[in-house]
Design a binder for this molecule. Structure first.
Ligand code: NAD
Length: 254
């Protein structure tokens, strides 16, 4: 048996014996669905460092040109045509078998819910691109309707209630997380028997802190990612390779 097969076998034993698996997912679980990550070798920022500006709240709020570009990029966002892949499916399987306690995701694409995970188990720490919110009055609405306004010629549509700046209901860089949401995520992590981190570089805090929090509370940590992550030293099983192949193998028939 190779060291890799051995690590898979150990991880399957822990997951198979767990009542509370907590998954922590990042952009890497959705690349097989056609949504590029940011920091991977083919990532949006790796290929075009200037794209980082579109995700930074300071530029977004102060520069109408950044907002115009952001709305154009939302129009063409790969999320609109993306479908869940076998990696998402594996986490649905875990929930069906009654093992999934919570699914903390940094993703904004809602593919976990589309795949079939119950919305009440999914903790979206960075929000969702499928909704829009007003930065002034807090109004929220479906992204689809605001994109129709952009298509009709408004290149930086304003809030119809108060005239404020509209943005996807996501947490941009420089923007505070929602305290109740991150608290819920950290609480779930501290209750885990197994913390399964998938497709994330584990560089973005406080979310990455879910891994040491789970470890400190006695959970086994399983990391699935193609590249090294910032917290590999905490892993009890480190599974380096393609998520679409590893995650279904890890979660099938437990
Ligand atoms: P990241 O871009 O920092 O890292 C993704 C990691 O996944 C990389 O290490 C990459 O090597 C790995 N990876 C990519 N595809 C893989 C595959 N098929 N198999 C195995 N590994 C794979 O992602 P992050 O740490 O989640 O941070 C980026 C932030 O940007 C997130 O917080 C999120 O809010 C946002 N984001 C979301 C989406 C989305 O919703 N799908 C996409 C891009 C960025």
């Amino acid at each position: 048996m190779s060291a890799f097969d051995d690590a898979i076998a150990h991880a399957r034993t822990w997951i198979g014996g767990a009542r509370r698996v907590v998954a922590l997912t990042g952009a890497g679980i959705s690349t097989d669905s056609g949504i590029p990550d940011f920091r991977g070798p083919q990532g949006v920022w790796t290929r075009n460092p200037k794209a980082e500006k579109l995700s930074d709240i300071r530029y977004y709020m102060s520069d109408p040109e950044v907002r115009r570009l952001a709305w154009q990029s939302r129009l063409e966002h790969s999320t609109w045509s993306a479908r869940p892949n076998p990696g998402h499916g594996a986490l649905v399987e875990l929930e069906r078998r009654g093992r999934l306690h919570a699914l903390i995701t940094q993703n904004i694409d809602e593919l976990h819910q589309l795949a079939g995970n119950s919305p009440e188990r999914v903790i979206e720490v960075h929000g969702t691109v499928r909704q829009v919110m007003c930065m002034e009055c807090g109004w929220r609405g479906p992204m689809r309707e605001t994109l129709d306004r952009v298509r009709a010629g408004e290149d930086d549509p304003a809030c119809r209630s108060c005239g404020g700046i509209l943005k996807s209901a996501t947490v941009s860089f420089g923007q505070a997380l929602v305290p109740e949401v991150i608290d819920r995520a950290m609480r779930a992590a501290s209750e885990a028997d197994v913390l399964l981190a998938v497709g994330t570089t584990l560089q973005v805090y406080p979310v990455a802190g879910a891994v040491p929090a789970a470890k400190a509370a006695g959970a086994h940590v399983v990391i699935v990612n193609a590249e090294p992550t910032a917290l590999d030293e905490l892993a009890d099983a480190l599974l380096r390779g393609p998520i679409g192949a590893i995650l279904p193998r890890l979660c099938a028939d437990l």
